[in-house]
Design a protein around this ligand. Structure first.
Ligand SMILES: Nc1ncnc2c1ncn2[C@@H]1O[C@H](COP(=O)(O)OP(=O)(O)O)[C@@H](O)[C@H]1O
Ligand SMILES: [Mg+2]
Length: 406
């Protein structure tokens, strides 16, 4: 086999969102597992104020076994510099920036990965050249297309979805329109603007009650980790829930509760991997310890157990996997996504598409990597595959002409 020069991969983590700590844990796992025979790794931290930091020293520490032992997610002490390598970079790193312009091709050496043809993807960061970036960022400013826009301007390959897919996958209102357009089953819902809620609350309540029966779920359209989401059992609880959600976004989504008054929905999740011909993993199920899978249940409490594969009939499994791929295509995603479903626990066992997550939790024990592990792709190989997909997508996009040819 030809000895290719190693690719320089920037691993971006932290960020300004509420999921900063979760990102540190995902990054710690990736830094530990990434194939160092194929990749040179540049850890890049973004602190909670949005400043970018790099540290070559922290990388060295890591390679020597370092002090960095990721804490169990339930403790959420990932921000402690002794707990994760990422937190160390954030505490001790040097300020840096990614310029929103492509690096001059002359400066960038041609590199290849696993015998693939030379790639044309480079960006300069703090005097170092990067070939590809892996944004291990969850939520606002990381998963929503904003940072993807910067990578596009910098002309560098990056893991995951582009600007459009990322922002569509972040907006629960737009996402539902795309699903509906692809004839995928979604729950009944109402979308309200914060401005409408503040101006005419009575009208808004009437609109919700005309369309939906209690219980309903009230959500800010953009955000994640169940922040600002409430399960509303009656009219009395509706107004406070809308006011809470309105703190987090200018758009509010109100949905019929799957499972109704007496039971809660089953939560099924599928990993999708690929670009133009995406594949679905086996189906997994989360059994939340609490009434719904809220922030606490997700990260703090031990009650939530994943079941892989989920207990479903063959036909249900096939339907869910097909819908996951269709959802991925409907939102124009690439690289990876975790596609989440809600299912009636009994009766008709109807299945609804809930959402796509374009940068799902990525620790070795997170659902997305576990689903692929169960499907036959090991964590280390999954990381390599995602980087290959990033380069493939960049090369595909590179075929596009942006100006009129003379
Ligand atoms: N329509 C619904 N019916 C039943 N449960 C729901 C519904 N919507 C949300 N939930 C519960 O709330 C959790 C969080 O909602 P979700 O839409 O997935 O938001 P997030 O983007 O924060 O993950 C879900 O995992 C599920 O437990
Ligand atoms: Mg969710």
């Amino acid at each position: 086999m030809q000895m290719a020069k190693k690719l320089r991969v920037g691993i971006l983590f932290g960020g300004r969102s509420g999921e900063h700590e979760v990102s540190l844990l995902s990054a710690a796992s990736i830094l530990k597992a990434i194939d160092r025979r194929k990749f040179d790794v540049v850890p890049i931290g973004i602190n909670k104020s949005g400043h970018w930091l790099v540290s070559g020293a922290a990388q060295g520490l890591l390679e020597n076994g370092g002090p960095a032992k990721p804490e169990a997610p339930k403790k959420l002490r990932a921000g402690d510099p002794a707990a994760t390598p990422g937190a160390r970079v954030l505490a001790e790193g040097q300020p840096t920036l990614l310029a929103p312009e492509p690096e001059e091709p002359a400066k960038a050496a041609a590199l290849s990965l696993a015998g693939s043809s030379a790639i044309d993807s480079h960006a300069a960061l703090g005097g170092q050249s990067l070939d590809v970036v892996f944004p291990v960022l969850h939520g606002t400013f990381g998963e929503d297309g904003t940072i993807q826009g910067l990578f596009e301007l910098a002309g560098i390959a990056y893991v995951g979805s582009g600007v459009l897919g990322s922002s569509a996958g972040m907006d629960k209102d737009v996402m539902k329109r795309l699903f509906a357009n692809a004839r995928l089953p979604i729950v009944k819902h109402v979308t309200l603007l914060r401005a409408e809620w503040e101006k005419s609350p009575r009208k808004c309540i009437a609109q919700v009650e005309a369309a939906l029966k209690y219980p309903v779920f009230v959500k800010p359209a953009n955000l994640g980790s169940s922040v600002g989401i409430s399960k509303v059992h009656n009219r009395k609880e509706l107004a406070p829930a809308l006011t809470l959600a309105a703190k987090y976004d200018r758009k509010l989504v109100i949905e019929a509760g799957v499972g109704g008054k007496k039971s809660k929905a089953r939560e099924l999740e599928v990993g999708v991997l690929g670009n133009d011909d995406p594949q679905a993993s086996v189906v997994g199920e989360i059994v939340p310890g609490k009434e719904f899978y809220d922030y606490e249940a997700k990260y703090l409490c031990e009650g939530s157990v994943p079941v892989i594969p989920a207990k479903l009939t063959r036909a249900e499994t096939k339907l869910i996997r097909d819908m996951a791929v269709a959802a991925f295509k409907a939102c124009d995603l690439s690289g990876l996504a975790r596609v989440d479903f809600l299912m009636e626990p009994d009766g008709k066992r109807r299945i609804f598409l809930n959402e796509v997550n374009t940068l799902p939790g990525f620790t070795q024990i997170s659902m997305y990597p576990k689903l692929w592990e169960a499907t036959g792709i090991k964590y280390k190989d999954l990381i390599t595959r995602l980087i290959e997909l990033a380069l493939e997508r960049h090369a595909e996009k590179g075929r596009t002409t942006y100006s009129r040819e003379e």
